[in-house]
Design a protein around this ligand. Sequence first.
Ligand code: SF4
Length: 701
Amino acid sequence: ALQVPDKQVESVCPFCGVGCQLSYNIRDNRILWIEGRDGPANQGRLCVKGRYGFDYAHHPQRLTQPLIRRAGVPKDPHAEMDPARVMEFFREASWDEALTLAGGKLRELRDRHGPQALAGFGSAKGSNEEAYLFQKLVRAGFGSNNVDHCTRLCHASSVAALLEGIGSGAVSNPVMDVAKAEVILLIGANPTVNHPVAATWMKNAVKNGTRLILMDPRKSDLARHAHRYLQFKPDTDVALLNALMHVIVHEGLVDEAFIASRTIGYEDLKANVEGYSPEAMAPICGIDAETLRDVARLYATAKASMILWGMGISQHVHGTDNARCLIALALMTGQIGRPGTGLHPLRGQNNVQGASDAGLIPMMYPDYQRVDAPGARERFERAWNMAPGTLAVQPGLTVVEVMHAIQAGTVRGMYIMGENPAMSDPDVNHARESLAALEHLVIQDIFFTETAYLADVILPASAFPEKTGTFTNTDRLVQLGRQAIDPPGDARQDLWIIQQIAQRLGLTWNYTDVSEVFDEMRGTMPSIGGITWERLEREHSVTYPCRHEGDPGEPVVFVDGFPREGGRGRFVPADIIPADERPDAAYPMVLITGRQLEHWHTGSMTRRASMLDAIEPDPVALVHPLDIEALGCKPGDVITIESRRGSVSLYARADDSSPRGSVFAPFCYYEAAANKLTNSALDPIGKIPEFKYCAVRVVPG
Ligand code: SF4
């Protein structure tokens, strides 16, 4: 019989950056079902994850008691983690014992080896307040800037290019602006899978006459709706985009007035693209010259053209260059600063925008104030009541750099909240060896993850529906998520746990409510200075920039110029840099990693959501049918993918959207962890690993 809820709680979806608002229907501290609310980003819509991916919160494998590694039990980085065996490796402890050990050992390492001996990873799945407090703990408590999170694996290169080119790392226009665009240029993104509700707005726009130009090596679902689909060769983004700019320059389609009044560096850009004619680039990117010309004209001459992109652009060693080209396209045509135009890197996690804004990155304080910029340290020392000269001015280590620093013996202790680098880092065999080599690893999570398996202390935390906090979506909407149920057993609120660790590091924090943390945070972040907690409770969401109370917020920015010197955007030319690891005779195919519709990131939540797991229960690789045939296999057969770093076995799924010679593997399956294969080579500027390209071979069985 249908159960009647005893309460309904308004919140937001915990998964992707679209930020759909939803209502939890609750009875007896259990979520019965979920409905979409009329939020600015979703207008009642939800995808399969948002609607059905909630019962992970009630899963019997939830951590409900602090755990401490049993004496003498070694950390084996190559053993496969089995949650059913957790008590073989760990014993239960009281909160006091666990926190005393967790914080005490971190303090001891800091005092004995200095601040650089510690690092922390926060989470884009946590709230803004958790991100803010976590980075404050690392900066004020550890004494270094060694704090990062999964933005490093996601859009760090896009943000680097955006900050450099237009002075702001966030989107210029919300997704909903696709309805006002005459042309949508979508590149390196598969929104149907990764941002499903956003994809529906794109399809609506197409129905109403907007022309969609889809550019991606994988022929995703939106190709069926596209006016032009360009299946360019993997790793040739800069060749393709420079060719488009070459056409725009040569055919006089640039916006001279915009370039003259709003930009710098155009002459350098123009000189650089001179060598990238469509005829010269066609054999490199695999798109014929006439199609390149046609697309360049469509984009440049439309009244309003909007660019959206995903990790197909960012996750390369030339990710920053890819994004620089997209920024240059918008600047040279003046397609920015108006409704239906602009630049929109589609954010992955539901709070990756907010966690970055809140300073969960090694080179920036909250609101992207560089740690080494004049006056920044002093501002935060004042805000945090710290003695002058206390905060570190040296930018910290990024996610992959931390793993190397552990191997080098520099970093000895870590505190990781809600991230799973043993699954999400590139070359996870190396990452797991690094985590196992730590003298002290503190994990704060809701499940016994692959990373927790290598911990010394595990602190049971709260799941998304168990906490109240703010979350910032891809559109710069700050939204209020409300607690709907209580954490199970003795699991605790993340804010409380962070504060307990801080106290054991000698910090005298005493926040009694999440709104107190929010108020302090907004005091350090001019961009959200006008967003009060009361307003969020009343309106549910407010867009930033919102600089003073009463400010309605700005969904479209750069109307009057860019937040750079003189208000001018900057062109930064880019040249072709090949992928770090090209196919060769030994490893002749290209591996592309990513997500599936039903599963989220490392799968720790969605693979424990019964409906989602029932739809996609087993590890699969998507391979072109002719490549499966060439292996002597049939769809559904087991295949093994091998790279220079590892191998995984999974089921071959026939998929003619994948180009021949490539294989696509989701990174959510612990039993076939795709990141055992990936390359940890980094974009030198954004420090993002090259998840979208490495050399592999595929064999039957
Ligand atoms: Fe959640 Fe994203 Fe799906 Fe919306 S589109 S319901 S935010 S996963």
